[in-house]
Structures are given as C-alpha cells and as structure tokens.
Design a protein around this ligand. Structure first.
Ligand code: ZN
Ligand code: ZN
Length: 342
C-alpha cells in the first residue's frame, strides 16, 4: 500500500506504508476519494493551517472510503461500510471540551494534518471519527461531508431567519454549499457575488436567485437592482480576500449579520468602520471547524438535499497530490479530488 507523503517545503513523495491490523477501537479504511481543502494549500505553502503539521505526514482530511477491517470493540461501522471521516479529534478533558466548545480544544489533533489521512490508499483511524454514509452516497459526495460539516457550523453563526435576503460573497465550493444551506434555512432570496462566470452559472444551478460580478457595478446599486433595497439581512463571506470582506460590509443592511467564513492567511488585516458597526448594529462572527455537525452533514448528503456534484471539477490520481493542490488554487477549479485507489 502506498501514500503520498508531505515532506515540508512544498514537497511530496510516494512512499510505501505498512499499516498493521486495526487495534482495539480502530478502523482500517480503503480511501476512495479525498478532497483538497484551502488548509492543504496553506500547509503546502508553509503557512499556518488550522493545526500544526510535522512532516512527513499524509495529508487529506476530507475523505471517504470503504471499511476493510475493524478492531476489537468497534461499534460505529462494519467491514464493507461506505464511510466518511471526521478528522478532528478532541481531547474531552480541557476546559473548552467540557464547556460545549470542543472546536477550541487545547489538545486538538486531526487526521490528515497530524496523523496520516486521505492521500493514501489506506488509513487507520479511531472509530469515533468514522461515519457510515449509507449505500447510495457516491465516494466524492462522502468526501464533501467534512467541508459541509464546517458550513453547517458556520450557518448556525449566521443566524438566518425565514424570509431573509442572503448574500454569499464568493462562489467557490464553500460558497456553493452555503447557497444551498441558506435556502434550507428559509432564506427568501440568496444572491452570489463572484467574478468567475462559470461559477456564477453553477451558483444559479444550485439555487441562487441571482449571481453577479462584483466588478460590474457598486454593491448598493447591484442590490437595489436585484432585491429593491441597498442591503441584505445576512452576508456570508467565503472568498478570503480584502475585496470580498469589503463587499460583505458594503452589502450589510442595518441589523445585518456578517459571517466571515473564509480562512484568511494568518495575520491578514481589515480596517473596520467602527461607527458603522455601531449605528447599523452589525453582528460579525467567525466560524472555526465543525464541532458536532458531521452526522448532520452525512444525513443531508444521503437525503440528496445538498447537491455536491456540480462542485467537483477536477480529479487526480494519488501520485499527483501536489498538482491537485496547485489546481485547487487556480480559478478554473471549484473542488479538486484525489482518487487514491483509481
Ligand atoms: Zn478542510
Ligand atoms: Zn479538549
């Protein structure tokens, strides 16, 4: 069995792996699809991700596969199950874990970040991280459970109310999941601001009432044209650059809620108009990883109420993880998958 190991400094290498039979509470998975995440891009470039990485390690924390063998005492899955993996392992002992905020766990570690993950033919993970997908969920959809789980945590922070007008800034994979979740939350209107025309087409296909190019006209004019008023109730920023953040604030109506969801580079800054926060009563929130939302994500994927198919644009074999990560940074891709056993 082989894995594509990250060696640090942007380098990867195919190496043999020797995974033993699963021990008590462990599950051996034949990895079938593993998505590239913005975090992988940050890690490859040596920037700070959501957790520290010690190479050599097999990255890939958004993945699905088939259970090959289970160790003693495993009850969450059986051999032959199609499963997805929640990569984040919480300690259960620290003050955050014991206060309903496990995402801030002081001892957080993650499969595909600190332990070998999805960019290998097989992986060995604790049973607590394994979620059966059901027989009808395709491998690539299963690999989307993790980003969808992150979006589910985010959408809770956004506090959408039935009838709200929502603007999603950025029509990448995350933005396109947010469009669908906003609709499920009861938004009356979901708009997307996105420079790329092909992405705008997909945004409309997955439920946006309108998708527009932010360069076309000033935000307030655009909103006036689309919804008859100059601001929306909820803005979800999913682009990760200063222009997008500015768009998010420009689009916020009085009393609006702004979710800054993207993963910016560590140290990225934005100058806030404090008077505007005051007199518009803006609610600004962030969102970090996916505490207790994996099961919901799996159920949504199994129900077919979230469509991830149009989001997956490129597929790479295991030997080309580096190329796959580079493709994820390019504008013609939305979600890039590695297929470790193709
Ligand atoms: Zn991710
Ligand atoms: Zn903890």
């Amino acid at each position: 069995m082989k894995g594509n190991f990250f060696l640090g400094n942007g380098n990867f290498e195919m190496r043999d792996m020797h995974l033993s039979h699963p021990g008590a509470g462990q599950v051996l998975i034949r990895n079938m699809a593993a998505g590239i995440c913005g975090t992988d891009v940050h890690i490859m470039r040596g920037e700070k991700g959501s957790a520290d990485v010690t190479p050599p390690v097999v990255l890939g924390h958004e993945y699905s596969g088939e259970v090959v063998e289970v160790g003693e005492g495993v009850t969450t899955c059986r051999p032959g199950d199609r499963v997805t993996v929640d990569p984040n392992i919480y300690c259960g002992r620290c003050r955050f874990c014991r206060n309903g905020q496990k995402q801030f766990c002081e001892n957080l570690v993650a499969v595909g970040v600190n332990f070998d993950g999805g960019f290998a033919q097989y992986s060995l993970v604790p049973q607590t991280q394994v979620f059966p997908l059901g027989p009808d969920v395709p491998w690539e959809a299963g690999a989307m459970a993790e980003p969808l789980a992150c979006c589910l945590h985010g959408i809770e922070q956004a506090g959408i109310r039935p009838g709200d007008a929502v603007l999603v800034v950025g029509g990448g994979a995350i933005g396109l999941l947010m469009v669908q979740l906003a609709r499920l939350q009861g938004a009356a209107t979901v708009l997307v601001s996105e420079p790329s025309a092909p992405r705008r087409d997909i945004a409309r296909a997955v439920g946006a009432v309108a998708a527009f190019d932010p360069a076309e006209m000033p935000m307030k004019e655009q909103l006036l044209r689309q919804i008859g008023r100059e601001g929306v109730d909820v803005v979800i920023e999913c682009a990760g650059n200063v222009h997008a953040t500015r768009s998010a604030f420009e689009a916020a109506d009085r009393g609006a809620r702004i979710l800054l969801f993207s993963v910016p580079s560590a140290g990225a800054k934005y100058e806030l108009d404090l008077f505007e926060v005051f007199n518009k009563e803006l609610h600004i929130s962030g969102s970090f990883i996916n505490p207790d939302t994996h099961l919901e994500a799996v159920r949504l994927l199994a129900s077919g109420r979230i469509d991830v198919k149009p989001l997956i644009t490129h597929r790479y074999p295991l030997a080309q993880v580096r190329d796959a990560i580079i493709k994820q940074t390019q504008n013609d891709s939305i979600k890039v998958m590695v297929l470790p056993n193709d």
